[in-house]
Design a protein around this ligand. Structure first.
Ligand code: MN
Length: 493
C-alpha cells in the first residue's frame, strides 16, 4: 500500500519538472471525493487511485496521465461530475477521465464476446491511447486486491484480464504490464496449474541461478578485457504464465525450456549489440538455429533484441538477449515508452499523434493477421477504423452502425417500437436532435413518447441504415393504407 507522501516524493525525485502543487491538489480533490468510501479489502478507497497514479508514474508517463489516474473513479463512484474535473484541471485531464468512465461501463460477457470487447477497447483508444494505460494500471491494482472479492467475480475478472487486457497489452508491446496482469490473473484462473508451475519453477531456480551467476561473471570479465562498455548484465526470470503455456507445448518437459532464466545484456549502442553477440559466441558454443536477430527484423509489435542460446562449459543451455537501453525501454513499455516524460518529443503533439497512428496501424495489421489465420475470430469483420462507428447504450452495450448514422438508426437498431416512438435523444447526456450524426464512442439514450406510434417522413432524408429506412417506410405505408381504408367506399375495401 502506497502513501500519499511517498507518492509525492517519487514524483518530485523522478520528475522535478512536474507541477507538484497540481498533484497535491488532485490528490486532495480525490481524497475528498472518495472520503468515507472503503474498498472490498477494507482499506480507504483513496489507496486505489493512488496506486493507479503511482503505477503510471513508474511507467514514466506524462503529468496529465498520472493526474487522470488519481481522478479516474470520481465520475463513476462519487456524486462529483466530470464538469467539476474539467473546471478544476482542464479539458485534457477531463477527457482522459471521461474515457475511463466510458470503458468502465463496458461489460465482459465471456470469450464469445471477445471480438466485440476488443473493438470497444479500440473505440476508446482511438480517442487517446493514454486512456488504455490508465485502464491497465487500474486493472493491475484491482487484480492485486482480487482476494477480497467473491470467487465468481475473481474468476470473471481474471479471465477478462487474460483474454482481453493482456492481449491488447501484448499487441501494444507493453510487456511489463502484460506479464504482471497474466501472473496475477493466472493465480485465480487456475490455482492448481499456478501452484504446479510455481513449484516446478522453484525446483529449477537454484541450479539456474548458480549457472547464470557464473556466466555473468565470465561475460563481464570478457567485456572489460575487450573494452566494451555496457549498461547492465543481469538474469531475467521467465514469468509463470508464459512458462505454463510453454510447458503445455512441450508436454510438461521443463528440460526443453532454455530460457527459464535468461542472460540479458543492455548495451550502449546498436553496434555493441553485435559485438556482444560475437563475444558470447566466442565464449560459449551457440546452438544452431536459435540465433534470432530481431534488431534487423523487429517483431510485429516493435520488439527489438538479439537472442541466442548457448551451452555453458558445463553443458547448461542458456538463452542470451542483447539490446540497447532504448530497445529495452520499448520492450518493457511498448507504445507507452513514446509518452515517457524523459523523451523531449513527448511534448510535441504532432509526434504523439504520429506514434498513435503507427500503433493503430499495427493493431489493424493484427486484425488482418487474425482474419488470415482463420482463427475463432475470423467471422468477425474488423472494419472499425473505416466506415463503421461504435456507440453505446446507457447500459454499456456497443452498437455497431455505419458512419454518419443518427439517433434514428440507433433507435431502430434497439427495437422497432423505440424507433417509431422516438422524439429525441441524449448524446453523451446532452439533448440533441434526431438528425445529429453519431460518432464512435458516443453514449446514446433515446427519448420516446408512448403516444407517438408513427415515424416522420423527413427521417428518410437522414436515416443511414437500411433497417431504419425500411421500418420508416413500412410504418408510413401502414398508416396511409389505414387512412385510405377509413375513407374508401365499402365496396372497394
Ligand atoms: Mn479504478
Amino acid at each position: 500500500m502506497i502513501h500519499a507522501d511517498e507518492f509525492f516524493f517519487n514524483i518530485e525525485k523522478n520528475n522535478p519538472a512536474f507541477d507538484l502543487d497540481l498533484f497535491k491538489l488532485a490528490y486532495e480533490f480525490a481524497e475528498r471525493a472518495h472520503r468515507g468510501q472503503k474498498r472490498q479489502s477494507g482499506e480507504d478507497y483513496i489507496h486505489h487511485p493512488l496506486a493507479v497514479a503511482n503505477k503510471l508514474a513508474s511507467m514514466h508517463l506524462d503529468q496529465e496521465t498520472i493526474i487522470a489516474g488519481l481522478l479516474h473513479d470520481i465520475p463513476e463512484d462519487t456524486p462529483i461530475p466530470i464538469e467539476a474535473i474539467q473546471k478544476e484541471f482542464g479539458a485534457e485531464i477531463a477527457t482522459l477521465v471521461g474515457g475511463i468512465t466510458k470503458l468502465g461501463k463496458l461489460k465482459y460477457r465471456g470469450i464469445d464476446r471477445y471480438a466485440e470487447n476488443l473493438r470497444k477497447m479500440f473505440v476508446a483508444m482511438a480517442d487517446d491511447i493514454r486512456v488504455i494505460f490508465i485502464k491497465f494500471a487500474d486493472r493491475i491494482d484491482n487484480l492485486r486486491t482480487l482476494w477480497a472479492l467473491p470467487p465468481e467475480k475473481q474468476r470473471r475478472i481474471a479471465q477478462e484480464s487474460i483474454d482481453i487486457y493482456a492481449q491488447i497489452a501484448h499487441r501494444l508491446g507493453m510487456r511489463e504490464l502484460r506479464i504482471e496482469m497474466e501472473d496475477l490473473a493466472f493465480a485465480y484462473l487456475d490455482p492448481t496449474a499456478y501452484a504446479a508451475t510455481k513449484k516446478l519453477f522453484e525446483s529449477r531456480v537454484p541450479q539456474s541461478s548458480r549457472n547464470i551467476e557464473v556466466a555473468i561473471r565470465e561475460l563481464k570479465t570478457k567485456l572489460e578485457e575487450q573494452h566494451i562498455s555496457y549498461e547492465r548484465v543481469y538474469g531475467r526470470v521467465k514469468h509463470l504464465y508464459a512458462l505454463h503455456n510453454k510447458l503445455k507445448l512441450y508436454n510438461g518437459d521443463i528440460n526443453r525450456i532454455f530460457d527459464l532464466i535468461a542472460l540479458r545484456v543492455i548495451t550502449r549502442d546498436v553496434g555493441d549489440c553485435y559485438r556482444v553477440l560475437g563475444l558470447i559466441h566466442s565464449l560459449w558454443k551457440p546452438i544452431s538455429g536459435r540465433i534470432k536477430d530481431y534488431i534487423a527484423s523487429p517483431k510485429p509489435n516493435g520488439y527489438q533484441s538479439i537472442h541466442t542460446t548457448v551451452f555453458l562449459q558445463n553443458g547448461f543451455p542458456l538463452e542470451c538477449q542483447i539490446r540497447t537501453m532504448d530497445m529495452h525501454h520499448l520492450a518493457e513499455f511498448g507504445v507507452a515508452a513514446h509518452f515517457a516524460y524523459k523523451t523531449p518529443e513527448s511534448k510535441d503533439g504532432a509526434h504523439i499523434s504520429k506514434i498513435q497512428v503507427e500503433w493503430i496501424e499495427r493493431l489493424k495489421n493484427w486484425q488482418q493477421e487474425i482474419q488470415d489465420n482463420k482463427s475463432f475470430l475470423n467471422e468477425i469483420n474488423f472494419d472499425i477504423f473505416k466506415e463503421r462507428i461504435f456507440v453505446f447504450t446507457p447500459r454499456g452495450d456497443a452498437i455497431d452502425l455505419p458512419e454518419n448514422a443518427t439517433p434514428v438508426d440507433f433507435a431502430y437498431h434497439i427495437h422497432t417500437d423505440i424507433g417509431n416512438s422516438c422524439v429525441g435523444a441524449y448524446i453523451n447526456q446532452e439533448l440533441k436532435s434526431l438528425d445529429t450524426p453519431l460518432r464512435s464512442g458516443d453514449m446514446v439514450e433515446i427519448i420516446t413518447d408512448k403516444n407517438k406510434k408513427v415515424p416522420s417522413e423527413d427521417w428518410l432524408t437522414f436515416a443511414k441504415t437500411h433497417m431504419a429506412r425500411q421500418h420508416v417506410k413500412q410504418a408510413l405505408n401502414k398508416q396511409r393504407s389505414s387512412f385510405l381504408r377509413r375513407f374508401l367506399p365499402k365496396s372497394l375495401k
